[in-house]
Design a protein around this ligand. Structure first.
Ligand code: PLP
Length: 406
């Protein structure tokens, strides 16, 4: 990193970024309809106050610990360590309530919605993980929850639809657009635009207009704070590298943030390489995208010359998104975080390795991080790493059974 980029990183770490326009350098911002701007401005103000309020932080922390299963463990992966030649530690977000890091964010935002006196909550979901987390958090906090979900996804993810309904949420099929996650986000925004006064929108990743990327990062950064304490206790030092999968980028930013100021720690995000590097065959936004606007934020994006957002593909539904959080685009641009990708087949192989060697069934999304770590290990024998295990893989059993023929 050169001096100018180091300075930008310092600004990020001191809280000067995102700036008053919600920008991380050139990325981020608020590209929303006029009718939504007052609600976003109000949210921005409230979020900053609440996140710095010790009573709110204490409520959040108690709920995270008592209800959501925090702190999560840091597991030494003995057999992977032997096989790869680097000391491997796994940060176990798979052990949280509802089975993935998404609950950290959903619970935090549900508590914020309560503070804002929202009468109802809307949320979007792709594979259903964020929908389930939001439904559970809203039940706990006591606010009705409506989840928008693409009709195609409703078909593909039936068990999660039942879980959401069982938890008291109303699941609304979205038949517009691509009938998947992108359309569900559009629909949730549309609902919020029509009901800005009594409705709160729980967005599921570090994307969307400011203050979402900032707020969701703050709520997920508990992952890295815990991991840093735990690795220092376990090894008397910092890790040499930290790996996490990147869809919208919330689990990755959550585990990276505590280490951003530690120059010696390499940070590596792994996107979905899908079937191939061809546009449309993957969701490797940072690796092969270009800057553009999607869902209210200026970030890297998979679109063609005419600006048309492209269909994406990944075997893991949670990574199958054409955009990425603006803070990741920023961290890539200043050279603090490196982004690579892992293809479907490689991720499937690591699911199998983690199962048979460590007795842990990881989410297909998380397995992408293992691929990146394994490749890195080849040239870095003897070093110490943490892999963010973002969620458990039970939800992927239908896909795994089909693809792995088990
Ligand atoms: C949703 C999901 C992801 C991807 O979302 P990010 O915002 O990129 O973290 C990764 N892993 C799991 C288990 C998920 O459910």
């Amino acid at each position: 990193m050169d001096e100018k980029n180091k300075q930008l990183l310092t600004q990020l770490l001191s809280g000067e970024l995102p700036d008053e326009h919600g920008r991380f350098g050139e990325f981020g911002g608020q590209y929303a309809p006029e009718t939504l701007m007052p609600a976003l401005k109000n949210l921005d103000k409230k979020v900053k106050t609440l996140l710095n309020d010790s009573a709110f932080q204490q409520d959040l922390s108690e709920e995270l610990n008592q209800w959501a299963g925090r702190p999560t463990g840091l597991t030494y992966a003995k057999k992977l360590t032997e096989l790869w030649g680097v000391k491997v530690y796994l940060k176990r977000e798979d052990l949280t309530h509802t089975g993935a890091h998404k609950i950290n964010n959903a619970l935090g935002q549900a508590l914020i919605a309560k503070q804002l006196n929202a009468k109802r909550v809307v949320a979007e979901t792709g594979a259903g993980q964020h929908g389930v987390a939001s439904a559970a958090a809203c039940a706990r906090v006591g606010i009705p929850c409506v989840v928008y979900m693409g009709a195609v996804d409703i078909e593909r993810q039936a068990p999660n639809v039942d879980r959401m309904r069982q938890l008291g949420a109303e699941v609304v099929p979205v038949t517009a657009g691509d009938q998947t996650l992108r359309a569900a986000v559009d629909e949730a925004f549309r609902d919020w635009v029509s009901n800005p006064d009594d409705t709160y929108y729980i967005l599921g990743s570090v994307v969307g207009p400011h203050p979402y990327p900032y707020m969701v990062r703050e709520l997920q950064s508990i992952i890295g704070k815990e991991a840093k304490d735990q690795i220092i206790k376990a090894t008397n030092g910092l890790p040499d590298a930290v790996f996490a999968c990147v869809g919208g980028g919330s689990n990755a930013i959550g585990i990276f943030h505590a280490f951003l100021g530690d120059e010696s720690v390499e940070l590596i995000g792994i996107e979905a390489g899908g079937r191939s590097q061809k546009l449309g065959d993957n969701a490797a936004t940072l690796a092969s995208g270009k800057p553009g606007i999607l869902h209210g934020t200026y970030s890297m994006l998979l679109h063609d010359e005419d600006g048309l957002v492209q269909e994406t593909h990944s075997v893991s539904a949670g990574l199958d998104y054409p955009g990425v959080g603006p803070e990741h685009a920023f961290l890539q641009s200043i050279g603090r975080v490196t982004y690579t990708s892992a293809e479907d087949d490689e991720a499937l192989e690591e699911v199998r390795a983690c199962c048979s060697m460590e007795g842990i069934l990881p989410a297909l999304e998380s397995a992408h991080a293992f691929v990146g770590a394994k490749k890195w290990a080849e040239g870095n024998q003897g070093k110490t790493i943490i892999i963010g295990l973002s969620g458990r893989g039970d939800k992927d059993m239908p896909t795994l059974s089909k693809v792995l023929k088990i």
